[in-house]
Design a protein around this ligand. Structure first.
Ligand code: MG
Length: 294
């Protein structure tokens, strides 16, 4: 199932999308009052079957006639992210000189985990703020986002997929000068609107083999990134096992799994994003997002 959050007037609505037909069904009234996509994922064992039975009976409207927000517009906490998780990207990042303080092209021995502020989340077709007062080096990072369904601590590799609700697209948009200058990445990765998400939250039953999905990006129509998820250095079960070893994962948590080679700083000289540029990211079966730099 493909879930969306969309706006109708001032209200947020929950929808189920038929992507092939380009329509969305408003299922808000089928759900307990106030249920968001986050609440739906948390209560999926009960609410999922309810949607399976009832969604097709709800009125549909063209998808391009509504404003899509991020599927989870306000995550319950910061988004987990993984740095340096595709081999070729580790090399380009090392060569760029932005990998402070330990400029390095060697592969990480353990996942590099950091987070993005909840307030950085924005819609799949919204403008990205350029923040000219604080940064002059805007860059994109196309990533597969894993959405946790059942929470837990100490989740084993073998049981990891039992805790995955589904997937979405995340742009781990980055202010490179801030990422480099402040050593820790909280500021450089967390500026407002620097986490475009969506368009859909896609349940795992629609993704028989997540490693076969291909993550791609284009800037102003020019191909930049393309790699299958199977190229991850630390795969999804490993990431879930490592993060949950001592931190309880919660329903609705999002793990952005890392970006392939082809980001702006991978070029010499770097190709930073400018006002008016358009970044498009797609992943097999998960749709595509398109954001313009304001
Ligand atoms: Mg990233």
């Amino acid at each position: 199932m493909k879930l969306v959050t969309f706006s109708s007037g001032t209200e947020q609505r929950v929808g189920v999308v038929d992507a092939e037909r380009g329509v969305v069904r408003d299922v808000t009234d089928l759900l307990p009052a106030g249920t968001t996509v986050l609440g739906l994922i948390e209560g999926w064992a009960q609410l999922g079957p309810l949607l399976e039975r009832g969604a097709t009976g709800q009125p549909e409207q063209p998808l391009d006639g509504v404003r899509l927000l991020a599927p989870i517009p306000l995550p319950r906490r910061d988004i987990f992210c993984v740095g340096k998780n595709y081999r070729e990207h580790v090399l380009e990042f090392g060569r760029s000189g932005y990998d402070q303080p330990d400029r390095s092209e060697t592969m990480p021995e353990h996942p590099v985990v950091f987070s993005k502020a909840t307030t950085s989340v924005t819609g799949p077709f919204d403008d990205i703020e350029s923040h000219p007062q604080v940064t002059g080096e805007l860059d994109y990072e196309a990533e597969l986002g894993v959405i946790i369904g059942r929470g837990g601590r100490g989740i084993s590799r073998e049981q990891a997929f039992e805790h995955v609700w589904g997937y979405t697209i995340v742009d781990d948009f980055t202010a490179r000068d801030l990422q480099s200058k402040h050593k820790q990445w909280t500021i450089g990765k967390g500026l407002d609107t620097h986490c475009p998400m969506g368009p859909y939250a896609v349940s795992a039953d629609e993704v028989p083999d997540v490693t076969a999905l291909v993550v791609e990006s284009h800037v102003n129509g020019e191909p930049r990134q393309s790699a299958p998820v199977k190229d991850l250095i630390f795969d999804i079960p490993e990431l879930i096992a490592v993060i949950s070893a001592g931190i309880t994962l919660l329903p609705g948590d999002i793990i952005a799994t890392g970006t392939p080679a082809g980001v702006g700083i991978g070029f010499d000289p770097p190709k930073f994003m400018r006002t008016g540029d358009v970044i498009e990211i797609s992943i097999t079966g998960l749709g595509a997002q398109r954001n313009r730099i304001a």
